[in-house]
Design a protein around this ligand. Structure first.
Ligand SMILES: NC(=O)c1ccc[n+]([C@@H]2O[C@H](COP(=O)([O-])OP(=O)(O)OC[C@H]3O[C@@H](n4cnc5c(N)ncnc54)[C@H](O)[C@@H]3O)[C@@H](O)[C@H]2O)c1
Length: 138
């Protein structure tokens, strides 16, 4: 969100991992809640972007894919337990399934954030930018 010279970035949650966790937990409600939350962030970005651009406030979002964070150590351990895999295997397979060939890193999102906070993106309004190595095409 760019506020007349002051900047902040609204980020949307990534797609996919919540569904994977829901599958091994067998909890469809968790899947629905995950999808609902992600859709809400995209919708809020659109509503706020359209509503505020006339006031010189530009709102866009970033949608990461799978990102190698400490959370993934927990996710990997869950898969190891429920699918009887060696530790680290699920994380490796998920990374290999990304079209780009690896999981994202937190710093992979820096360029998109700087772009959306800069005047170079003045005409980009109410969009959610996927930074996910090609996992999701829109
Ligand atoms: N990493 C991924 O691939 C991925 C994919 C899909 C969705 N997500 C979602 O994105 C979100 C962030 O994921 P992540 O990988 O960075 O998780 P993470 O567990 O690695 O990091 C979460 C951070 O939030 C902090 N935190 C927790 N509760 C807080 C609170 N009340 N106030 C302030 N800080 C708090 C924790 O200290 C931690 O630093 C999570 O909701 C996760 O489910 C992540």
């Amino acid at each position: 969100m760019r506020l007349a010279g002051k900047t902040a970035i609204v980020t949307g949650a990534a797609r996919g991992i919540g569904r994977a966790i829901a599958d091994i937990d067998g909890d469809a409600a968790e899947t629905a809640a995950d999808a609902l939350g992600e859709a809400a962030v995209i919708s809020l970005t659109q509503s706020a972007g359209l509503g505020l651009i006339a006031h010189g406030i530009n709102v866009n979002g970033i949608a990461p894919g799978v990102v190698d964070t400490p959370m993934w150590d927990e996710v990997d351990a869950l898969f190891a337990r429920y699918e009887k895999r060696p530790l680290g295997e699920k994380k490796r397979l998920v990374g290999e399934a990304v079209p780009y060939g690896r999981m994202g890193l937190p710093e992979d999102h820096t360029g998109a954030a700087v772009f959306l906070a800069s005047s170079d993106s003045d005409c980009v309004v109410a969009q959610t930018l996927n930074v996910d190595g090609g996992n999701w095409m829109s």
